[in-house]
Design a protein around this ligand. Structure first.
Ligand SMILES: C[S@@+](CC[C@H](N)C(=O)[O-])C[C@H]1O[C@@H](n2cnc3c(N)ncnc32)[C@H](O)[C@@H]1O
Length: 246
């Protein structure tokens, strides 16, 4: 009877009260299926067949062109940090555009090894090797911009303190991530509502760009993503807000 079930599912989805029940059930199932945090971090630390394939991230470069376009107003001497930089294609592209104060955080030692041999323009860039969960709390000095591309979607629900550190360290944040309603439900993806998470931590959404029709990523998975730009409420340079409970 899968066809009948499908019709019932569609009808229930069309009405807000039954839809709310269906969505709550979906969230419960998604939560029960998720990977434990240690296993998740082990996946990103490792190599295929049970982990990351850093070589896949050397291309495509149009994603990095999109990033540079989104950061076009940022001065070339700005202090910039990428979370989850992998082999560094984004940082290398920014270095090629003249940005000189670049840093990254990456959990995969294989990716960082490949970064060092692939991009000589990042010779002077500090790459912090380790999970953002451990690296960010140790950082003291702030950044003009912290950015992510397809990384916050992989931050485990037990690691949301990462958002505290991002708000503490970044005067501006650029997150190129899927909007919550477009999240795939794999065991390594977690639908964080960035607007809620970061507003709660004193960051103000200053622009939201839907990438669906962006010509640079039209044929790419990134077409399902959006670019969220936040600035510290009260202006760049004002102190980060303490976290308020949900
Ligand atoms: C989908 S890839 C995106 C890579 C890069 N941002 C890009 O667009 O080329 C996700 C990256 O985040 C890294 N990553 C995932 N979880 C992490 C964590 N908790 N701490 C640091 N890096 C992490 C992965 O190793 C991987 O390099």
């Amino acid at each position: 009877m899968p066809a009948v079930r499908e019709v019932i599912g569609r009808v229930c989805f069309a009405f807000p009260p039954t839809r709310a029940v269906l969505e709550a059930r979906r969230r419960r199932i998604a939560r029960s299926n998720i990977m434990e945090r240690d296993r998740l971090l082990q996946f990103w630390r490792g190599r295929e067949p049970d982990g990351n394939v850093p070589e896949d991230y050397l291309r495509p470069t149009w994603r990095s062109e999109l990033l540079a376009e989104l950061l076009a107003d940022i001065p070339k001497d700005a202090r910039i940090l990428e979370l989850g930089c992998n082999v560094g294609r984004n940082l290398a592209h920014l270095a090629d555009q003249g940005y000189s104060r670049l840093e990254g955080v990456e959990i995969s030692p294989h990716a960082v090894e490949l970064l060092r041999v692939s991009y000589p323009q990042l010779e002077d860039a500090t790459i912090h090797l380790g999970p953002v969960e451990e690296v960010l709390p140790r950082l003291i000095e702030g950044y003009d911009v912290i950015f992510t591309m397809a990384v916050l979607e992989h931050i485990h629900p037990d690691s949301v303190a990462v958002f505290d550190d991002m708000a503490r360290l970044g005067a501006a944040l650029l997150a190129i991530e899927p909007p919550p309603e477009r999240y795939a439900t794999s065991s390594r993806q977690f639908p964080h509502d960035l607007q809620v998470e970061l507003r709660r931590r004193g960051m103000e959404l200053v622009s939201l760009t839907d990438l669906t029709h962006h010509p640079l990523v039209a044929n790419d998975d990134l077409a399902h993503y959006a670019a969220y730009r936040f600035e510290r409420a009260g202006g760049v340079g004002s102190p980060a807000q303490p976290t308020t409970p949900a």
